[in-house]
Write a protein that binds this ligand. Structure first.
Ligand code: SF4
Length: 275
């Protein structure tokens, strides 16, 4: 009974004063677990739902507010009440800046009941909410949170189904269909596009992203998320093979070219959501 009144889920971090995850100053809560396996994933520790051990100190080095039960563990079970009381501490900043709380991951919809309860409680307390999603989740999970999330930050990576399978482990069908349904339902969506050199940044893929978004009519903004390799050390410490060891981040010139292509489709382009 207690669990029902105060449901719990697993998070691996909370970051305060976030300015890249939606409007204004925000607190971003990272739910653990993701069904995809993107080769460039910056947070390999987000992929398994269960808490896991880290070879080295995870707590202070890689996480913001808190991670596991001790500094070598990633992820911990927390209640909705615990999360919301932490988020509410910075309410003055949200009110001042037009910010709020963002639920990210991993893929937050992989814990659908927990996410729903977090959103519902946030809205009950008058906070602005956002969900940062890969789009890879059953439509029923999206449908449940419609009306509780003021904004969806929605990733598009590769538009070709075979390439999407090759680089993320899953196809595009449900991701594209969920985005069609979300926009048709009137949800506010900002697209996010990880720029991975040689993989997602090819002009044909950039054009396909622009063309798809234009066809939806209601999405007018896209955030470019340039690849960085700060995650390499995490892969090593978690004994996970990192296939993109030699990849370099995109240059500003490359980002400008991608931005130009997307602007031709009528989109407002921002880099990391702020510039
Ligand atoms: S969707 Fe995001 S969290 Fe999941 S594997 Fe891909 S990059 Fe990592």
């Amino acid at each position: 009974m207690a669990r029902k009144r105060n449901p719990a889920g697993i998070i691996f971090d909370i970051i305060k004063y976030a300015v890249h995850d939606g409007p204004g100053i925000r607190t971003t809560v990272f739910l653990k677990g993701c069904p995809l396996r993107c080769q460039w994933c910056q947070n390999p520790e987000s992929q398994k739902v269960e808490p896991e051990r880290f070879r080295g100190v995870y707590g202070r080095k890689y996480s913001g507010l808190f991670s596991g039960e001790d500094k070598h563990t990633i992820g911990r079970e927390v209640s909705v009440r615990q999360v919301i009381s932490e988020v509410e501490k910075d309410r003055i900043f949200y009110d001042y800046s037009g910010g709020g709380v963002t639920f990210s991951g991993g893929e937050p919809l992989m814990q659908p009941g927990f996410l729903f309860s977090l959103l519902k409680e946030s809205k009950k307390r008058g906070m602005q909410t956002a969900v940062d999603t890969s789009g890879y989740a059953p439509w029923s999970a999206f449908k449940r949170i419609l009306g509780y999330s003021d904004l969806f930050l929605y990733d598009l990576k590769l538009m070709d189904d075979k390439e999407h399978i090759e680089y993320t482990g899953s196809g595009t069908d449900s991701i594209l269909n969920n985005l069609r349904k979300l926009t048709a339902a009137g949800a506010r969506v900002v697209a996010r596009f990880p720029i991975i050199p040689g993989i997602t940044d090819r002009p044909d893929n950039v054009r396909a992203v622009g063309s798809f978004l234009m066809s939806l009519k209601s999405i007018d903004t896209i955030h470019l998320l340039p690849y960085n390799y700060l995650c390499k050390d995490k892969y090593r410490r978690m004994s996970i093979n990192y296939p993109l060891k030699k990849l370099e981040p995109p240059s500003n010139g490359e980002l400008r070219v991608i931005g130009r292509i997307l602007r031709d489709y009528g989109l407002k382009v921002k880099v990391r959501g702020t510039e």
